[in-house]
Design a protein around this ligand. Structure first.
Ligand code: 13P
Length: 258
């Protein structure tokens, strides 16, 4: 399968930003700008839990899909502060970011919990955006591929060949997140191609070719086109630049034109 046959996906990860009125304004600004992406590039806004309902309402009837930034793996129960997959589905959420490095770094997320969340999300009908990526130190020690192979294997444990078609993988080198340090297009392509190779090992060549793999880490209006032109980079997971309608739109248009 050629890159052009895969679904290109540009997703904003708002992280812990925007109140409800601010979310409404930003989405209303983004909506007309990205309307031309329909049928060509999937546009997603992954927003804080408190903004989900607002986002679903504001984007209704548009081509913008809504995602959450995390999900718990149990269906319900005594898990104070957590949100289940069924709760997200009921609000109208379609996607969910799982295993972001900030969750791994600050909130004790492990490959085991990433895997449990991924399975729970899939079972509820959500599409997980599973994040993987090496630390700066791991890249310096030349073990990027070992780290990524391990994450892919553990995070996708027991995800069936059928289900993997609903999973998006985001390669986010931890050293590039929020630092202004972007992986070069060659570095990002190398790891995204490696991820696809791991998927081929776990599933098969055809399945691996069908999975959307995004790059994330200081992707912005200036560098998006070059990153998105790489043969194994099918989209972007955008932090800082997704908080400004114009910058986010430039990235969406780079995907539309790529
Ligand atoms: P930045 O685009 O701000 O570097 O964040 C990337 C990211 O973490 C997206 O999930």
């Amino acid at each position: 399968m050629k890159k052009s046959a895969r679904k290109a996906i540009i997703a904003g990860n708002w992280k812990m930003n925007k109140t409800r009125p601010e979310a409404k304004t930003l989405l209303e600004d983004i909506k007309p700008l990205v309307a031309n992406a329909e049928g060509n590039v999937e546009v997603i806004a992954c927003v804080p839990f408190t903004n989900l309902e607002t986002a679903v309402n504001v984007t209704a009837g548009s081509n913008i899909k809504v995602g959450a930034e995390n999900v718990h793996f149990e269906k319900s129960g005594a898990y104070t502060g957590e949100i289940s997959a069924d709760m997200l589905v009921e609000v109208g959420v379609e996607y969910v970011v799982i295993g972001h490095s900030e969750r791994r770094q600050y909130f004790g997320e492990t490959d085991e919990t990433v895997n449990k969340r991924t399975l729970a999300a899939l079972e509820a009908g959500l599409k997980p955006i599973v994040c993987v990526g090496e630390l700066k130190w791991e890249r310096e020690c030349n073990i990027t591929e070992e780290v990524i192979a391990r994450q892919i294997k553990l995070d996708l444990w027991k995800v069936s060949k059928e289900a993997i078609k609903n999973v998006v993988i985001a390669y986010e080198p931890v050293w590039a997140i929020g630092t202004g340090l972007t992986a070069s297009p060659e570095q990002a392509q190398e790891v995204c191609a490696f991820i696809r190779k791991q998927l081929a090992k776990l599933y098969d060549e055809e399945t691996a070719e069908s999975v959307t793999i995004q790059y994330g880490g200081s992707m912005n209006a200036a560098n998006a086109a070059e990153l998105l032109a790489q043969p194994d980079i099918d989209g972007g997971l955008i932090g800082g630049a997704s908080l400004k309608a114009d910058a986010f739109n430039v990235i969406v248009q780079a995907a539309v034109n790529g």
